[in-house]
Design a binder for this molecule. Sequence first.
Ligand code: BTN
Length: 241
Amino acid sequence: KELKIRKYNQIDSTNNEAKRLIISEDIDRMLLVANEQTAGRGRMGRAFYSPGDTGIYMSLIYKVPGGVKAPMLITMAAAVAVARTIEKFSDNRPSIKWVNDIYLGEKKVCGILTEAVTDLETGMAEKVVVGIGINVKTKDFPDELKKKADSLGIDKVSRNELIAGVTDELIKLYGEFDSESFMKEYIDHNNVVGRKIKYERNEDTLVGTVEEICMDGSLNVKAEDGIITNIFTGEILFFNQ
Ligand code: BTN
């Protein structure tokens, strides 16, 4: 199945554009790529720094047969796709900060924002927009990002080759959607087991330590009182940043 691609020199956000296109056109599958974003978005309402010529800003529109049941797994598969691509094109060993940030060492090089789009007629969410931002050669980060963000530092490979690599892996992973197999790969790359997380338990905000990532993508977190809770949302705290 051929994949339609739209390229933009500058756009507000490829995820925004993807959502506009889903509403105005009947698109099951398409890749949007921008050289620069003026309003790149991250998770939790944060901005994603998206300067021109140096990074990858891409969104894949994908129709999930039977509807989107587990957006978290779609996102986790995307993290695996990016990790595989980095490993294919470099000697770097990326790690994944749950849920979907890719790190090299202690710094973030890639973020993923998955958004499900609900069809107003059927009320079903059957299309997802998987937005991926990768700092490829970005050097001059704003002050607030300097300590936590980095670039891949891959020079020999073009951004287009990396985009093609990530897209191939995404289509492969989504086509099979064998969450058992990619979750093993995900867990193998994770950098959060043993680290602190802020999470909610019975309306209290607690800090606990991640015990393990389960096969459904959730975390088992142990609080200071020894009680283990299984959570699907929360934010990992890296205290050294
Ligand atoms: C995060 O770090 O919290 C997620 C960042 C996701 C960034 C990508 S870049 C392409 C797509 N368009 C956006 O506005 N965001 C995603």
